[in-house]
Design a binder for this molecule. Structure first.
Ligand SMILES: [Zn+2]
Length: 577
């Protein structure tokens, strides 16, 4: 274990009270505070579709096979009967979390005025004898010595602020950052010198410990405390005005790990190969994959203003194993499935990580209190509850949401889903690519989330939440004439994804492989803008298909599929797009 201190550029520090965007500011107002120091860190839109978690049914309820479990749990909207049967879906929320998440004191927020070295002792929780990990951690493999690490960009304060910029051979030693502690100290100033000078006349020494030398000292202590609060307030104002009034110090708590692989059972009981980092110093294994930049965390949750559960102090704590211990099957599913998704995007689509630039991937597995999964835009982590991590298509679905965030606009906070239809379109893309990544060829191919524990987690009861082949079987729509602006986007999404099913199962496209379909849909994203309609996406898909080299007959099958579901294009000449 080592602790290295470097100075962070002051520009990297972000005040907890200083939202850096209007949307964040607005969200701040609605976010519930878990405590006085909480810092809402949110953006994007809010979708309150997710509901209060409900007790699990004692036994499988057939109705759960027909409606999305989340919907079943959803608060009924008296105005729209639609909502009651709305298949929830996405696991979803991808759209939701951003705004409603509760946040707690961020240890990286730089508000501490005095370095608290006791925080450094938190790593003792990693010792084998400990039953729990008590360190929110950041993972950051580097090649250089820790002391040479540059400070993380704290504009994304709670991210696993790791980056895997360079390919590092898997057998090399990596630095695992267990914690990053940022301290902000008001710079020395003339006023402070004067105050200290005056107080010193009465025997006050700010560094003194032990019994007070005279009865005045407690009073002077109070005066000094009051001055420091005023000084901090003034410094905050100056910082906001663009003046440099504080010094930021960042301390990294690190340990060295060597990378190895193990086999462990996932939630489905299947043996999976996992990548782990072993710290000899702590005799502990961490579920981290430095070469892909994937870290698996676990966190407790708290309800946001939308009722959805959010990780407290995201991304949470590293999932670990100690000597003689077992890996959590949820965490095994999370890593193994994320590796599959990562590899698919990287190898088949030429897009490393969710930003196309090898961004570190944080995956937080939470308890089944969260009957959902989502791409947490505000923190840029993936959150899975209720065994959703067991479903490869859902992991691909959430990952695709993140990809869309980056591809469609390339600007954080502006996404494809701007209204009911574009949000549905985003869900459809997430399902289409998620199912292609999953790659099943049997009767489950067109089902979404069929491997998640919908009813009784870990008891083997699993069921799907959407069906691209037969949307109505899971309360989805299959034709644009059914589009309902009052319905959840997931329910409308199957209009578009059903068209995908139809084109992929058309006899004329028998020679188009799943990988080519994935390329068509992925590439078509580059033809979309925020707020895109189904119709615009139809044109983008056809353009991508043509560019990728699908034949006229294959393109016609795409046209017919969209026509069949009522997503009608315009005839531009040779072929309707
Ligand atoms: Zn979704």
């Amino acid at each position: 274990m080592s602790s290295d201190t470097v100075s962070a550029p002051s520009g990297h520090d972000r005040s907890t009270t200083e939202p850096d965007s209007p949307s964040e500011s607005a969200a701040t107002a609605s976010a519930p505070a878990l405590d006085a120091t909480s810092e809402p860190d949110i953006e994007a839109d809010l979708d309150a579709e997710s509901a209060e978690p409900e007790p699990e049914p004692a036994e499988p309820d057939p109705s759960l096979l027909e409606t999305d479990p989340e919907v079943a749990d959803a608060v009924i909207d008296a105005d729209t009967a639609d909502e009651i049967a709305d298949p929830k879906v996405d696991p979803a929320t991808d759209d939701a979390p951003q705004d409603a998440a509760p946040t707690v004191a961020d240890r990286h927020d730089g508000t501490e005025q005095v370095p608290d070295t006791s925080l450094l002792q938190t790593y003792s929780a990693f010792l084998p004898a400990a039953s729990a990990v008590d360190t929110a951690a950041l993972f950051r493999p580097v090649v250089d010595e820790p002391a040479e690490m540059t400070a993380p960009d704290v504009s994304v304060t709670s991210l696993p602020q790791a980056f895997v910029a360079d390919a590092v051979p898997a057998d090399e030693t990596h630095v695992l950052v267990l914690d990053v502690i940022t301290h902000r100290e008001v710079k020395p100033n003339p006023v402070r010198s004067v105050v200290l000078g005056v107080l010193g006349l009465f025997g006050f020494d700010p560094k003194a410990t032990g019994p007070a030398p005279n009865p005045l000292v407690p009073v002077l202590d109070a005066v000094w405390g009051l001055y420091r609060r005023i000084e901090t307030g003034v410094a905050n104002v100056l910082e906001r005005a663009g003046f440099s009034a504080t010094t930021v110090t960042t301390t990294y708590v690190t340990t060295l790990i060597t990378v190895t692989t193990e086999q462990a059972n996932d939630l489905l009981g299947a043996p999976r190969e996992i990548v782990v980092g072993y710290s000899e110093e702590l005799d502990t294994w961490f579920l981290v994959d430095p070469n892909r930049g994937i870290s698996i965390y676990t966190a407790v949750t708290a309800a946001g203003s939308d009722g959805l559960q959010y990780p407290v102090d995201p991304p949470g704590e590293f999932v670990i194993r100690v000597a003689g211990g077992q890996w959590d099957p949820s965490a095994v599913s999370a890593q193994a499935n994320m590796v599959v998704v990562y590899t698919y995007y990287d190898s088949t689509l030429g897009y490393p990580s969710y930003d196309g630039a090898a961004a570190p991937i944080g995956v937080t597995v939470v308890s089944d209190v969260l009957n959902n999964a989502y791409w947490y835009r505000g923190e840029e982590i993936f959150v899975f509850g209720h065994d959703f991590e067991a479903a490869l298509d859902i992991v691909g679905h959430e990952f695709t949401h993140a990809v869309i965030d980056k591809v469609v606009v390339g600007q954080h906070g502006r996404i494809l889903g701007q209204d009911v239809e574009s949000r549905a379109l985003e869900e459809a893309y997430a399902d289409i690519l998620g199912s292609l990544i999953e790659g099943k060829q049997d009767e489950q191919r067109w089902l979404i989330a069929e491997d998640y524990g919908c009813s009784s987690p870990r008891a083997g009861t699993r069921c799907a939440i959407r069906n691209m082949a037969d949307p109505a079987s899971l309360n989805g729509f299959a034709h644009y004439s059914q589009f309902n602006t009052s319905a959840r986007e997931h329910r409308n999404s199957t209009i578009f994804s059903h068209a995908a099913y139809r084109m992929m199962t058309d006899a004329r496209t028998a020679d188009v492989s799943d990988d080519v379909w994935a390329q068509v849909f992925y590439q078509s994203l580059y033809g979309l803008t925020p707020g895109a309609s189904f119709r615009q996406a139809r044109a983008a898909v056809l353009t991508a298909a043509r560019d990728i080299g699908l034949t006229d007959s294959e393109q016609q099958a795409i046209v017919d599929a969209f026509d069949d579901v009522g997503i009608i294009g315009v005839n531009t000449g040779l072929i309707a797009v």
